[in-house]
Ligand binder design. Structure first.
Ligand SMILES: Nc1ncnc2c1ncn2[C@@H]1O[C@H](COP(=O)(O)OP(=O)(O)OP(=O)(O)O)[C@@H](O)[C@H]1O
Ligand SMILES: [Mg+2]
Length: 179
């Protein structure tokens, strides 16, 4: 099987369709017969609850803390495979501070690259260690945005942030913007 493509869905703004896009892409790709893993990095756990995954202590927060193996975190729900989120992700920036912290998700996903065609990452509406981990792991970044002035203003900062992450952590990623 081919190596999986990792796609991060991103925008610092809230309520612009990140989770909706991540869920829709997961659904559509599965309909097409692809093997998909959804990763929920948002402490709001919206993708986790919509996929009807259960809240356990084996989630993306424990994965980033390295207290659990990635294979143990995957839940096989009737809607597809997901690594669920945890409310504890809201304290990730204070907790995950060691050197190399930006690479934890990328490292964790390496062992899954022959198992899934697509790995889709839903991210929180904030800048920080979670977004940096998503951008470092991703080959492709999709920005969801509303066609309005404040949203457009926010995109400038977002581009700068992505460019910095590309420079220091991931020079391979490609960027697509969906409005
Ligand atoms: N393309 C769209 N057109 C109309 N409504 C949409 C669209 N995409 C999402 N929505 C609606 O907008 C709301 C917010 O969407 P969603 O939760 O996906 O945003 P989000 O960016 O993940 O938010 P957050 O940053 O809080 O996680 C939802 O009620 C969703 O149904
Ligand atoms: Mg969301």
């Amino acid at each position: 099987m081919s190596k999986s493509k990792v796609i991060a869905i991103l925008n610092k703004k809230g309520g612009v369709g990140k989770t909706t896009t991540a869920l829709a892409m997961t659904d559509i790709l599965q309909e097409q017969g692809k093997k998909v893993l959804l990763i929920d990095l948002d402490s709001q756990c919206n993708a986790t609850s919509t996929m009807q995954a259960t809240t356990t202590n084996k989630n993306t927060f424990s994965l980033l803390l390295k207290t659990v193996d990635v294979a143990e975190t995957i839940q096989h729900t009737p809607n597809g495979d997901i690594i669920p989120a945890s409310e504890q992700l809201s304290k990730a920036d204070l907790t995950i501070t060691e050197v190399g912290k930006e690479y934890r998700l990328k490292e964790a996903l390496e062992s899954l690259k022959d198992t899934y065609d697509y790995i889709i990452i839903d991210t929180p509406p904030s800048f920080g260690i979670l977004i940096v981990n998503a951008l470092t792991a991703a080959e492709e970044v999709i920005i969801t945005a509303k066609a309005e002035i404040y949203s457009a203003d926010g995109l400038i900062n977002l581009y700068k942030y992505i460019e910095l992450t590309k420079k220091y952590c991931n020079q391979r990623s490609e960027l697509t913007v969906f409005c």
